[in-house]
Ligand binder design. Structure first.
Ligand code: CMP
Length: 140
């Protein structure tokens, strides 16, 4: 059975452009409940740990630099079938391929500065949520 939580980040490009509020509005209107949220900033080292799964990819160094270039919003979201439904809401990684009306189609600037992150599995949603929030911070 699919889990009911996913993890998201509003990335530095979207935060800097002042789009956090509009993105959170789309997330809530799509039926997701925000159960933990904070504005924060990653160091390059922390960005590297978060994206360690991509450490062999050619874009990894740039990704760590970009993800630590400014503030982000990190949040845990709750909804039935959360991981899959959220990935539908945000659209393809490359905004050029994202469907009309998706968050990335509307707000992303490039394949790297693609406005938001969404977990790709229930397992990673739990790991990524725990990266930013301890148990006490996500009790609601
Ligand atoms: P995200 O869904 O957070 O997962 C990995 C991130 O790496 C991705 O979004 C993009 O921000 C970034 N990225 C940069 N280049 C690429 C690429 N060619 N393919 C996939 N992800 C990329």
């Amino acid at each position: 059975m699919a889990g009911n939580r996913t993890f998201t980040m509003i990335k530095p490009d979207a935060f800097e452009a002042g789009n956090s509020g509009a993105i959170l509005k789309m997330i809530e209107e799509a039926g997701f409940k925000i159960v933990a949220m904070k504005a924060t900033r990653l160091t390059p080292e922390l960005a590297g740990k978060f994206y360690a799964v991509h450490s062999e990819r050619p874009f990894y160094a740039d990704l760590c630099k970009y993800m630590s270039s400014g503030p982000i919003v990190a949040a845990i979201l709750e909804k039935d079938n959360a991981v899959e439904d959220f990935r539908t809401l945000i659209g393809a990684t490359n905004p050029a391929n994202a469907a009309e009306g998706t968050i990335r189609k509307i707000f992303a600037k490039s394949i790297e500065a693609n406005a938001v992150h969404g977990s790709d599995s229930d397992e990673n949603a739990a790991i990524e949520g725990s990266f930013f929030f301890n148990q006490y911070e996500r009790v609601i």
